[in-house]
Design a protein around this ligand. Structure first.
Ligand SMILES: Cc1ncc(COP(=O)(O)O)c(C=O)c1O
Length: 484
């Protein structure tokens, strides 16, 4: 009977075993997890164990039933959503942090790397030197933190401290109809309500319509509600569109509004010299978000928010001094156990305890450098352009939105099928069932499109070509079957 956990000494042995298992998983030769659901449900589930089986058995279960039935996301052919498998440097740093830095509080080498890596990213992506950052779990929380700063700023201007006293006035946020819905959820969580977000229509390239934005701002100018922020996309989720950041930034200045740029996916695109100019105006942003767990290939659970005034975050998110949290008490004459508690990240966002994320980003950047990341970003953007080129040349394919970055929205077309949206959904369903090339779908201008997003470090041109061929093959087959 085992009642206590194994202690130190065994980790290297088990890591070796797990490492082999993970490498094997990453060769992608295992069957699809969906095919044998029942068997791993049986092996892993059941009622709560009264007596422990010991760590050898736990590791064996992980190797046999857990890892081989993991997600398809790391697969080179998986281009769905905006998710990707982690690269080795990030995995190793993440594991090291789990062991050696279980707390962001205090001065440690891991905590030191939070600011170091945030500053590296800021420099790499051309953010203004005054921007300071904070890690959180991903784009959802990163946008929440940014809009929390915007809310604090906008209400303080009216003599209200919204974090302390709550909202006493209605508020508004402006974002394109392509904005990620985490903006709406952030508005809800921050007490503004989802309906505070006004959707501004987009143009043919998926960017916000500036005239519509300006008209809306003018129309709302006399209202008794607080304009909290204008949100610009630096890479929209549907079609990788980049809004006209300079124009939005100037409108934000004119109307006295905070300017937030959601670059969760697309900020690293600035490294591609072919599209760098599209980020002009980024320097006008009051806040910017970027997700290292997207294009940088970090293990999932890492987003970052930058703001031009980190003290604002402190006012927006402080949990206030608490006797049980020594570093927060700053009374005159207070004798502290330490000379320094490091940067008070726990005061800048919504997490007190949190994993070490800086070391992960530091490891990723240190491994391949800015030039390595630039190569990856350019390669992925080229792949999306190649898909568009192939689709433009094929009589049964239509490019619905040409790529700005690494997403291409295209669809199968034929005059022999009445409902093309239904046809493309069927094609997508078959792609997912075949399990080799797995894109997403979305709607662009009322058309259901096949939407690969190339961000996986392991994804190469061959996967992009294979996807196009498979879409044509499945489309042709569905046509033939329907004519039989
Ligand atoms: C532009 C944008 N913002 C925010 C998010 C939310 O990020 P997360 O899934 O890390 O919470 C996404 C996710 O794809 C995104 O594309």
């Amino acid at each position: 009977m085992v009642t206590e956990s194994a202690e130190c000494g065994d980790l290297s042995k088990f890591l070796l075993q797990l490492g082999e298992s993970l490498d094997q998983y990453l060769r992608f030769e295992h069957p699809d997890a969906m095919l044998n659901c029942e068997s791993w449900h049986r092996a892993l589930g059941g009622t709560v164990p009264k007596r422990g089986v010991g760590i050898d058995q736990v590791v064996a279960d992980m190797m046999q039933h857990l890892i081989p039935n993991g997600s398809q996301v790391p697969k080179p052919g998986c281009t769905a959503f905006i998710t990707t498998g982690a690269t080795s440097a990030g995995i190793l740093a993440s594991l090291s942090g789990t062991v050696a830095a279980p707390q962001r509080f205090g001065l440690t080498a891991f905590n030191y790397l939070e600011d170091v890596s945030l500053n590296w990213m800021a420099e790499m992506f051309g953010l203004s030197p005054k921007m300071q950052g904070l890690y959180s779990s991903g784009g959802s929380v990163a946008n929440l933190v940014a809009l929390g700063a915007a809310r604090q700023w906008a209400f303080e201007k009216r003599g209200i401290d919204p974090a302390r006293d709550g909202l006493q006035l209605p508020s508004r946020i402006y974002a394109s109809s392509s904005a990620h819905h985490t903006i709406h959820r952030a508005a809800a969580v921050l007490g503004m309500g989802r309906t505070a977000v006004t959707a501004i229509p987009v143009d043919d390239r998926g960017g916000i319509r500036l005239t519509a934005l300006k008209q809306q701002l003018q129309a709302d100018a006399g209202l008794d509600s607080v304009p909290v922020a204008i949100v610009g996309n630096a890479g929209s989720t549907d079609s990788c569109a980049i809004d006209s950041l300079r124009d939005i930034g100037e409108l934000a200045r004119e109307f006295g509004t905070w300017f937030h740029v959601d670059g969760a996916y697309g900020l690293p695109g600035i490294l591609d010299p072919r599209v760098k100019h599209l980020y002009d105006g980024l320097s006008l942003a009051n806040s910017v978000t970027i997700d290292p767990h997207k294009w940088l290939g970090a293990p999932v659970g890492i987003g970052a928010t930058y703001v031009d005034d980190r003290d604002l975050l402190k006012r927006a998110f402080t949990q206030e001094a608490a006797d049980y949290l020594e570093g927060t008490v700053v009374e005159e004459g207070f004798v502290s156990s330490m000379d320094s508690f490091g940067t008070p990240y726990n005061e800048y966002g919504v997490e007190l305890s949190s994993p070490s994320r800086g070391a992960v980003v530091w490891a990723l950047i240190r491994e391949i450098g800015v030039e390595g990341l630039r190569d990856r970003v350019c390669r992925h953007n080229t792949m999306a352009r190649n898909v568009a080129e192939q689709a433009h040349c094929h009589p049964n394919l239509e490019v619905v939105q040409d790529p700005t970055l690494s997403i291409c929205c295209f669809r199968y077309v034929t005059d022999q099928w009445k409902d093309l949206n239904e046809l493309n959904r069927r094609i997508h369903r078959q792609l997912v069932h075949n399990g080799q090339n797995i894109p997403s779908t979305t709607m662009v201008s009322g058309k259901c499109v096949i939407r690969p997003c190339f961000i996986g470090a392991r994804t190469k041109q061959a996967q992009a070509d294979a996807l196009v061929s498979e879409v044509i093959e499945i489309g042709n087959q569905l046509l033939t079957d329907s004519n039989d």
